[in-house]
Design a protein around this ligand. Structure first.
Ligand code: ADP
Ligand code: MG
Length: 291
């Protein structure tokens, strides 16, 4: 993994903001910060003193965050607290910031809406935005990883929601990221498809060894998948905890329930009411053990 090579996210607006807004992967940009970042950096992402304001209101306010190479981090927080804003900044899609943001040069992302081009075939969507003339075989390899190689030549508009989301994952994987940013990638999926997609992400992470920063509003998903869970509030990482449970994780494990309850409390959820409402989830949700 080339996690020692980082790019800074500029504090100024990017030179091609509109173009970047549609880019899947952000490439390195040069500048004074790049020189200072030239030293080996031991994080897949390093954020310090990050502030992002909208209309004079700081949504992110002096935030600090480090993601270690190969680490799976889940980010929770109430709706509107700035999770997507943070991910967009890390993805290089928003550069109107103050502070230091360094991310692995090979950073890729998948967001909730698949954003596929319906008039293009699946494999072309996977390769979209890659430099040069990447071969179809590269798309096939990534699609095989997400179990969709049989849909290689299909039109994107014929895919189901779950398939489209897997294509988005393949599009991120084909870039061989050292840091994978996922913003509620399962949010629009039905519960069964969601369970399969969660398991897939766990497997891909184990196989690839890349760092993952997953934004989710599902506490259980965070505890199932992550090495460390963060809670964002008031513009900062207000709380974090390691998930010190063996994989595959068992939601019936009392320590799992304890951690889940603790995080729900941190999020201000009435855990008694929540317990009464939520049926127990199926056990096969656990990702397999990390090699
Ligand atoms: N481009 C923007 N212009 C103005 N306000 C924005 C913009 N993007 C996000 N916000 C505001 O920033 C806050 C955080 O948004 P967001 O990061 O999407 O929250 P989350 O993903 O945690 O639900 C919200 O109040 C949202 O309205
Ligand atoms: Mg969001």
């Amino acid at each position: 993994m080339a996690t020692d090579i980082h790019r800074p996210v500029s504090t100024q607006a990017g030179p091609a903001g509109a173009q970047n807004a549609h880019a899947d992967v952000v490439t390195a940009c040069s500048g004074a910060q790049a020189a200072s970042a030239g030293a080996r950096v031991v994080h897949a992402a390093h954020v310090e003193g990050l502030t992002r304001s909208f209309d004079g209101r700081a949504v992110i306010d002096d935030l600090r965050l480090d993601v270690r190479p190969g680490e799976f981090v889940a980010l929770l927080g109430r709706s509107g607290c700035g999770k997507s804003t943070l991910l967009r900044i890390l993805a290089g899609l928003d550069r109107d910031i103050e502070g230091t943001v360094l991310v692995a040069r090979r950073t890729a992302f998948a967001f909730q809406a698949p954003r596929l081009m319906p008039w293009r075939r699946v494999w072309r969507n996977v390769l979209l935005g890659l430099p040069g003339k990447p071969e179809r075989a590269r798309a096939k390899q990534a699609l095989t990883e997400v179990g969709l190689d049989h849909r290689l030549g299909a039109w994107s508009k014929t895919l189901s929601g779950g398939e489209a989301q897997r294509v988005t994952l393949a599009r991120a994987l084909v870039r061989e990221p050292d840091l994978l940013l996922l913003d509620e990638p399962f949010g629009a999926l039905d519960s069964l498809t969601r369970i399969k997609a969660q398991r897939l992400v766990g497997e891909l992470w184990q196989r690839r060894g890349c760092a993952v920063l997953l934004v989710t509003h599902e506490v259980e998903e965070a505890v199932l998948l992550a090495d460390r869970v963060l809670v964002m509030d008031q513009g900062v990482i207000a709380y974090e905890t390691e998930v010190d449970l063996d994989r595959p994780r068992d939601i019936a494990d009392p320590r799992f329930a304890e951690l889940r309850g603790h995080l729900l409390e941190r999020l201000g959820v009435d855990t008694a009411a929540e317990a009464a409402r939520t049926p127990p989830a199926p056990r096969e949700r656990s990702p397999s053990r990390r090699p």
